[in-house]
Design a protein. Sequence first.
Length: 377
Amino acid sequence: MSSLGVGIIGCGNISEAYLRLAPLFRGVQVVAVADMNVEAAKVRAEQFGVRASSVDELLASDDIHVVVNLTIPDAHFDVTRQILTAGKHAYSEKPLVLTLEQGKTLQELAERQSLRVGSAPDTFLGGVHQQARAIIDAGDIGKVVAGTAHVMSHGMEQWHPNPDFFFQPGAGPVLDIGPYYVTNLIQLLGSVKRVGALTSAASATRTITSEPRHGETIPVNTPTNIHALLEFEQGATITLSSSWDVWAHRHENMELYGTKGSLFVPDPNFFGGMLEMADESGLINPVTPWDHPFGRPNQVHAKLGWVSNYRTAGLADMVDALQGERPHRCSLELAIHAVDVMTSILRSGESGNFEEITTRCERPEPLTPEDAAALMV
């Protein structure tokens, strides 16, 4: 497979992960970065030995075929539209967009231009989540009928240097962290049929405790405590709790209950972790892990120790799919369906009514250990 030139727009925190991990993958050659803050682009360019460009220069570059959009969520739609208009394939950080209408606009533009759009999260391609998929598909826990998913903490103001946008419309725990959980549930169970939710916010303001803005107060203009019920097309009902108003809890990240057993899935914000399963005896045992390339620990996390981090896997899969003329797994249809689910959850919280999901998507193809190995250098 030949390499395709990749450009990155947005040089904030997440750009470092993409630039550091991209060399792990075949076909992905980052050649330039751009940011509205010219100095931020220069710092990343010097750090990783790539070209610093203006956004216009990057979009006009003949050596760039795919552009990665790492801007703040509120800018995702406009920047991805710019990328497509410039005739480049686009890959966006999550969430793809902030409204279903924006997603459909990008879909129409991409189809007119015969271009691909992909979107994070790609953590569902991790070894542990693909093994969970294989267990469900094999019927080892029977038909999944119910489950829970919990992503709860006390927010980003404790560690992020500029946490303001996390507490504004377009962010909050559902649209910021929810994509990992919703997308993994979709790849495990299929499309969502309808949702209902209760939403609230514990405080109208937050006090930053991270540096360099320690002690500064910022407003909260979006729900920070969301409890939702998701009904899937295949019949399962899943409770999703997503909150930044929780100091501590004892809930597992994800539990799926089938007619023949239960499956305990680790945090879908990560590529690896421990998978556990119970059969009809009710005894919970660890599952012998696959030797999956995207499940091998490769990074030390400050709080969790060794973790598996293969962000850029979704981009690499899209680049490979482009050249192999096959569907890519982090697809536009999957991202739009996830956005539909998440925005419907927030809308249900406002209205007090169940919301029907109007989009559907095919589950992405499984990523076997052999498939994953083929994407790597």
